[in-house]
Design a binder for this molecule. Structure first.
Ligand SMILES: NC(=O)c1ccc[n+]([C@@H]2O[C@H](COP(=O)([O-])OP(=O)(O)OC[C@H]3O[C@@H](n4cnc5c(N)ncnc54)[C@H](OP(=O)(O)O)[C@@H]3O)[C@@H](O)[C@H]2O)c1
Length: 278
């Protein structure tokens, strides 16, 4: 099944499975169970973060899976308060995960009020050069933050992980990404558990019925056909299967356009300028 998931090429010559598992709001025990089930089902890409406090559970699932390390793609993220000491932060994450390196390390938020994301970006280069992470990128960065990074370093983030779903399609930012060679990851691809896309956008139900698929599958398929990287979170095994089963149908141009027309600039999560927490 894992073989069916396409790979997206990144600007540093590596590639990332386009579909993975999100793990926000899963504690260690549940993350262990869900990640174990996901790996068994064929997922090979897992997205976690220091702040999710589930790296231990995910690491245990990875170890027990017996899957060769090279077949897995593991992302974790540098928390805001750790921006001045990224080396210690990634070492602690790797200890909890039981890994020698992650595939991708992201600055979780620009946290502009803290004034330390540029320092963190320089540190991420050192972590990559030391082999602690293969690729480096950012999350929740606006164009103005990408501009700052472009002014201080030659390396372009491989990707930017931002809130993105049919009600918030980030078209302008995605245009900037394309121009700079940055891939886009969609967090909250199904609405972050905060908005019911089927209720907000009845067209999704009509498209789903036409393909004998669920609304979630149609939305995830839309992300994939848009060239986005997605990692929906679920704590239910049947939904792990459902979310992976999106590579056996295709949305037509008309259906894609219909979903593109749902964009309302409707953010359900925190605005990037406001994510300054410790
Ligand atoms: N960089 C950042 O700042 C940031 C912020 C937020 C999230 N993320 C990452 O992005 C991942 C995904 O985003 P998210 O967790 O916020 O939201 P999401 O994946 O859009 O939505 C998760 C919600 O959808 C439900 N769900 C999952 N599959 C479903 C299905 N097939 N049918 C119906 N409902 C379904 C889940 O419920 P059940 O669990 O009950 O199935 C949960 O309530 C996170 O887990 C995390 O890894 C990153």
């Amino acid at each position: 099944m894992a073989l069916l998931v396409p790979e997206i090429m990144l600007n540093d010559g590596t590639s990332i499975p386009q579909l993975g598992l999100g793990t926000y709001r899963l504690d260690d025990d549940i993350a262990y169970r869900v990640a174990s089930e996901a790996l068994e089902l064929g997922y090979r890409h897992i997205d976690t973060a220091t702040i999710y406090k589930n790296e231990r559970g995910i690491g245990k699932a990875i170890r027990e899976s017996g899957i060769p390390r090279d077949d897995l793609y593991i992302t974790t993220k540098l928390w805001n308060g750790d921006q001045p000491h990224a080396r210690d932060a990634i070492s602690s994450s790797l200890d909890r995960l039981g890994l020698e390196h992650v595939d991708l390390y992201l600055i979780h938020w620009p946290a502009p009020e803290r004034g330390t994301y540029v320092q963190a970006w320089h540190s991420l280069h050192e972590l990559r050069d030391a082999g602690l992470t293969t690729s480096i990128g950012v999350s929740n960065f606006l164009t103005e933050h990408l501009d700052v990074l472009a002014g201080v370093a030659d390396t372009v983030p491989v990707l930017n992980q931002v809130e993105l779903h049919p009600l918030l399609q980030q078209k302008e930012l995605r245009g900037e990404h394309v121009a700079r060679g940055i891939a886009t990851e969609s967090w909250g691809p199904l609405g972050h558990g905060s908005v019911d896309l089927a209720v907000e956008a009845p067209i999704l139900g009509i498209i789903a019925a036409a393909h004998d698929k669920s609304v979630a599958q149609v939305v995830l398929r839309w992300h994939v056909q848009e060239g986005l990287i997605v990692f929906p979170k679920t704590s239910h095994k049947e939904r792990l299967i459902e979310n992976l089963s999106i590579f056996d149908f295709e949305l037509s141009d008309t259906e894609m356009d219909g979903i593109r027309g749902l964009d309302r600039d409707h953010r359900v999560g925190t605005h990037p300028l406001d994510g300054n927490w410790d």
